[in-house]
Design a protein around this ligand. Structure first.
Ligand code: DGT
Ligand code: CA
Ligand code: CA
Ligand code: ZN
Length: 581
């Protein structure tokens, strides 16, 4: 029987719902597919354990008789008939078309009915030829919007957020647990370097099980039993590539322990770093490959088992993966001058999180307890302010009560700061009054609206917020949402200069779809003397662990402990939030 995890089953149901919408099916029926998919996503038990007991399936809220039958069919037949039929009618490219923001199912259906076209390139052609504007409820303006959306889709499609790549890698590592003779399963590639998005996953497997043919094939069999595999792309002696239902491609390589370090080095990259290393090897009379570092004259390997060994033979200190972009790290390693990059352990607090007072899902006590368990010495609750009405944001009065409530809340072993994430209004005014802001321990000022202002207006808006004497941190400063929304336009240089002058810190928001500031901007900030605070923006206790993605990004920017304010002990940090640093 094929096996599926909850997310893969949910994906099939979501896709079915999307395609039904294009076909113009009954909206009530469509909703039942989406409800079932949602239920599966939030179900803590693997659906594979319940699938044979119809009664248990029906106990899941959101899953009725027909959905239970569908789920059982997926497990029995490896697919859902309805899903396959819809895909055959429209071709899989219809799913890509539906992913383009601004192209809803209604528009897509209209285009299909008129032109029988359902892939992004063909729709782009129609738009360029001015044929879409002829359709009902369309015009030149809509056409331009569609062209822009397709261009945006091109730029981002095929890449994945860091947490999804990380979770997939962890699942695969778990799936391969317990194989006899396996020493390690490790991510390489862009995930190991901590790039903000990941194209495909590169995973390396090593151990005795990779040294001879039979056990190698057994490992490959096990890999191919990983739930959620859509198709195998390539299968060789010591390599297998496949595509997951999520669209992510995974390359797994099996390596003998003697070459593991060389392979780690090669497949971690980046390509530019590899090229520079290879040139250096040649100059020193060696040749560097994915199998070893060997002498040029007689091809005798001199290193390969570990990365340290390889860097050592090349006269270099070990280079952290996040730095391997050939942007000066090799020169530093040669001079024994690789900086001590900031680590998760250096952080003493996380000071951007929300509670159920606004749009978070846990209480202050729950957040504090979770932060304490991570080993933090302090944390701050920074709920939203009133102009974010949909989050039930705080006005002056409620903000004062919020401060009181937080001050009264005691959790042994951790200091809880009273804070706010105050909205920067369209003109740069803040959403709460100065006397209230003054009483806060931490004031994060963020933009959550009017993203489309002229760059000059946006710059003035940010400068005004920074000039308010109570602001301690500029939250997610560029407003970008990775793979979804570009940063708003403004003069980063002017903002950083002003932040340095006013001693306002810049946030590095660790949420995987933000990672805002970027590594480039973090470097700019440091060069201009601006300090960084690495936060999670947690809305649930389970989000606190996302700090690791922020730390990866900080390391990509070569930040050290001294650059990051929340490495300070509580008292000093509190002073820094009042602009004393
Ligand atoms: P991605 O997948 O686009 O997020 O980025 P990477 O860095 O994971 O790139 P990928 O998966 O194409 O290749 C993984 C690593 O393998 C890459 O960082 C360096 C190495 N590599 C790939 N192609 C070449 C190449 O043509 N020359 C060299 N020297 N290294 C390569
Ligand atoms: Ca990759
Ligand atoms: Ca790859
Ligand atoms: Zn927030």
């Amino acid at each position: 029987m094929p096996t599926f995890d909850n997310k893969s089953v949910a994906a099939i149901l979501y896709e079915t719902a999307d395609l039904m919408e294009v076909r113009g099916d009954d909206s009530f029926r469509i909703r039942s597919y989406r409800n079932a998919a949602q239920a599966l996503e939030s179900l803590p038990t693997p659906i594979s354990e319940l699938v044979n007991e119809t009664k248990k399936l029906l106990e899941i809220p959101g899953i009725g008789k027909s959905m239970a039958t569908h789920i059982q069919e997926i497990f029995r037949a490896g697919k859902l008939t309805m899903h396959s039929e819809l895909l055959a009618k429209y071709q899989p490219s219809m799913l890509d078309l539906l992913k383009i923001s601004g192209l809803g199912p209604k528009t897509v259906a209209l285009i299909w009915d008129t032109f029988q076209v359902c892939d992004p390139a063909a729709v782009e052609k129609l738009a360029r030829e001015g044929k879409l504007r002829e359709l009902p409820r369309m015009g030149e303006k809509q056409e331009q919007k569609i062209l822009k959306a397709i261009a945006q889709y091109r730029r981002i499609s095929g890449r994945f957020l860091l947490d999804e790549a990380d979770r997939t890698a962890q699942k695969l590592i778990e799936h391969l647990g317990g194989i006899a003779g396996m020493d390690a399963v490790t991510p390489a590639g862009s995930l190991r370097r901590g790039r903000e998005t990941v194209g495909d996953l590169d995973i390396l497997v090593t151990g005795k099980c990779c040294t001879s043919e039979k056990p190698r094939q057994a490992v490959i069999e096990r890999i191919l039993a990983f739930p959620g595999i859509l198709e195998t792309i390539a299968r060789g002696e010591n390599k297998v590539s496949f595509k997951l239902r999520s669209g992510m491609q995974v390359d797994v390589r099996l390596l003998a322990p003697a070459s593991f370090g060389a392979a780690m080095c090669y497949f971690t990259g980046s390509k530019a770093h590899n090229i520079a290393l290879r040139q250096r090897a040649l100059k020193l009379g060696y040749t560097l490959s994915e199998y070893s570092l060997a002498r040029l004259k007689d091809e005798k390997p001199v290193a390969g088992r570990t990365e340290e060994e390889i860097y050592g033979k090349l006269g270099l200190d070990f280079i952290p993966p996040e730095m391997r972009e050939n942007s000066g790290e090799i020169e530093l390693a040669e001079k024994h001058a690789i900086p001590a990059l900031v680590t998760e352990r250096d952080l003493q607090g996380d000071v951007h999180m929300h509670t159920n007072t606004t749009d978070g899902r846990c209480t202050t006590e729950e957040m504090a307890e979770a932060a304490r368990q991570r080993g933090y010495k302090y944390m701050a609750i920074t709920d939203h302010s009133k102009s974010l009405a949909m989050t039930f944001g705080l006005d002056d009065q409620r903000a004062l009560e919020h401060i009181k409530r937080i001050r009264a809340c005691k959790v042994e072993g951790i200091r809880i700061f009273a804070g706010i994430e105050v909205d920067i209004l369209a003109d740069g005014d803040l959403d709460l009054s100065d006397p209230v802001l003054e009483q806060m321990d931490v004031v994060i000022a963020s933009v959550h609206s009017h993203f489309n202002q002229e760059p000059q207006k946006m710059t003035e808006r940010l400068l005004r917020a920074i000039a308010n004497p109570h602001v301690s941190i500029l939250g997610h400063p560029t407003g970008r949402l990775l793979l979804r929304r570009d940063a708003y336009g403004f003069d980063m240089d002017a903002v950083l200069k002003s932040a340095a002058e006013h001693r306002v810190a810049m946030e590095l928001n660790s949420y995987p779809d933000r990672l805002d500031l970027s590594d480039l901007h973090l470097r700019m900030a440091r060069e201009r003397g601006v300090k960084i605070v690495i936060n999670t923006d947690s809305h649930h206790t389970s989000h606190l662990e996302k700090i690791k993605y922020g730390v990866l990004q900080a390391r990509r920017a070569w930040l050290t402990r001294a650059d990051v304010l929340n490495t300070l002990p509580p008292e000093k940090f509190a002073k820094a939030m009042k602009r004393h640093w």
